[in-house]
Ligand binder design. Structure first.
Ligand SMILES: *[C@@H]1O[C@H](CO)[C@@H](O)[C@H](O)[C@H]1NC(C)=O
Ligand SMILES: *[C@@H]1O[C@H](CO)[C@@H](O)[C@H](O)[C@H]1NC(C)=O
Ligand SMILES: *[C@@H]1O[C@H](CO)[C@@H](O)[C@H](O)[C@H]1NC(C)=O
Length: 322
């Protein structure tokens, strides 16, 4: 029994090694799709119709450009280990959600671009590790709300672009820790000026007017009034509590937890294949349990193939006779 198992395991290890070899080509000079500038530790994979992030991005990458592709989801571990990364461009993709913790290891990040995607929500505390961030663009998405405390750790942030979203309000204290903010884009959102919870934003804009660019451009969804100018009387309604999805009347919105779970389910075909082979991390060969699991997967597949062919042969045999 040992012989076939070992042979199968060897086969699996060889095939995963082959896949890992195939994945290794990141840069054009090695047959990959990305332009790499090794002196600048820069990897540019822009506008390549990518549906998945290339593997084997060097851990010392400083600038990673993935804009203008077809990324619709990111694996939770997509950027793990890239602790020296300073610039990450994910703009112009099809991202609908972000996995929890996706940026947690990017402690050196200064510039994060997520504009022109289809984000409807942000996971809780998704920017908490980005304490050096100075530039964050989220414009041209479909954000319905900002999670409580989302920007609390971004004390170095100078530019925040939230324009062209579906925001109706921001939670109380949302911008209070942005000590260095110079430019904040809020326009082209349907700010709901009839709800009392808009008064935090109004007061913040009034306080920062003149010191933070562009904040006066925020306008109420109804009546073309600037958020800056709304009165207590305008904003007299007690609307939905700010920690539920603010004033969204539809009950069809998916709860955040479901969205994040969905993300883990969506896998590009290659990843499925790798999973089938017991192959998880780009630079790890399968461990023994993974290998054993793969073998049982293989044997199961062989068995079902054999059964199917037997059934087909039987049917043919039967038809011939008849
Ligand atoms: C941040 O970047 C610097 C400079 O590249 C590097 O020396 C340092 O190790 C990075 N920080 C972490 C936590 O990796
Ligand atoms: C605005 O900036 C000026 C000059 O930098 C500073 O003196 C003032 O305290 C600032 N005001 C606010 C509300 O931050
Ligand atoms: C809103 O959040 C606060 C604290 O974050 C909590 O105490 C309160 O129960 C929440 N309200 C609702 C309606 O969930």
């Amino acid at each position: 029994m040992m012989g076939p198992v070992l042979a199968a395991c060897l086969l699996i290890i060889l095939s995963t090694a082959w896949i890992s070899q195939a994945n290794e080509a990141l840069c054009k000079k090695d047959g990959g799709v990305c332009s790499c500038n090794n002196n600048k530790n820069s990897v540019d994979c822009s506008s390549k119709r990518l549906t998945a992030i290339p593997s084997n991005i060097p851990v010392d990458t400083d600038r990673l450009v993935l804009q203008g592709n077809k990324l619709s989801s990111l694996p939770g571990m997509a950027f793990h280990g890239l602790t020296k990364l300073r610039q990450l461009y994910l703009s112009n993709n099809q991202l609908q959600a972000l996995p929890i913790g996706v940026f947690d290891q990017l402690v050196n990040l200064t510039d994060l671009r997520l504009n022109r995607n289809q984000l409807t929500s942000l996971p809780p505390r998704v920017f908490d590790s980005l304490t050096k961030l100075t530039y964050l663009s989220l414009y041209n998405n479909q954000l319905k709300r900002v999670p409580e405390g989302a920007f609390d750790k971004l004390t170095e942030l100078k530019t925040l672009k939230l324009d062209n979203n579906q925001l109706r309000s921001v939670p109380k204290e949302a911008f209070d820790n942005l000590q260095n903010i110079k430019d904040l884009r809020l326009e082209e959102n349907p700010w709901d000026c009839s709800c009392r919870d808009i008064l935090y934003l109004r007061n913040w804009i009034r306080e920062k007017q003149g010191n933070v660019s562009n904040i006066e451009a925020a306008e109420c969804a109804v009546g073309n009034k600037a958020v800056l100018d709304i009165t207590e009387k305008d904003a007299a309604s007690d609307c939905v509590s700010p920690n539920t999805t603010t004033a969204i009347p539809t009950s069809t919105t998916t709860p955040a937890s479901v969205i994040y779970d969905d993300i883990h389910e969506i896998k590009v075909p290659q990843e499925n294949f790798q999973k089938f082979l017991g192959y998880q991390e780009p630079d790890h060969l399968p461990t023994q349990p993974q290998c054993l699991m793969s073998i049982s997967g293989y044997l199961g597949l062989m068995m079902s193939l054999m059964l199917t062919s037997a059934a087909i042969l039987y049917v043919f045999h039967f038809l011939k006779k008849a």
